[in-house]
Design a protein around this ligand. Sequence first.
Ligand SMILES: [Mg+2]
Length: 294
Amino acid sequence: MTPVAMAPGKTTLAGRRRPVILAASLLAAGAVVLRAAVAVVPKVGDIAPHTEEFLKNDADAKKEDPVAYAKRTLLECDAVAFDVDSTVVVTEGIDLLAKCFNVGKEVAALTTAAMNGGVKFQDAMRDRLNLMAANNMTRKSLEECIKTEGKPVYSKGVLEFVKRLHARGVHVYLVSGGFRNMILPIAKDMNIPEDRVYANTILFKNDGSYKGFDQSAPTSRDGGKPKALKTIAKKGGYKTMIMVGDGATDLQARPPAKVFIGYGGVTVREKVKAGADWFVMGFNEVLNVLPKSK
Ligand SMILES: [Mg+2]
């Protein structure tokens, strides 16, 4: 093709468009690079980053900041699962039980060892229950203990949180590594049906002496919470679930949960804070987002 002859200082239409197209291409390329950088590099400050795995799995999450995404999801979700110890209530159930059998310090040491890693959840559970059994834990003494020590002290705002979820038609679950006999009264207070409680069962022999714990419950093993949520999603046919909790095992439940709300009102764990989509220090922060039930 013969080049178009041009007078000095003049450009053809195509010539004028070229720099515009070039600039637009550069801008688009820049945006792609920027988007990639935002997705991979965690933001510092009060916005907790999504995990890379989560970003890979959820296209929506890439478009907005994690806190905004979590708030929007809270208004759209069909099920919310709560951890219980140090989340719904301000205590750790096993510590309360250990106190009854005068092995508080020993059980706390085993809990710390488990939290520092190297001990499987199921092994830590077995050791702690064995220790209590060796110190007079029977069906009867455990029931007495739950009556005296097990009275739940709720985190501020959590009952209203669940009430508002229920009013919106959202199904609420309790998913805990703690014990069912301590959690059922809590579920009752919150109007949560028993079949929405996933927790562990302590087993006793016919004579009332300690036998062990139900090892078929997903919550009795490492990786139990994601497994429990998978079952819940399948049974309930839920599309959008949220997990709320204070611990690393709660954070593991996303996925299958779309969003993880970290709760730091009792204990702040840095790993959990860093991994949460939205980390709250009190449930009032959540109530500010969730409309009041009529
Ligand atoms: Mg907890």
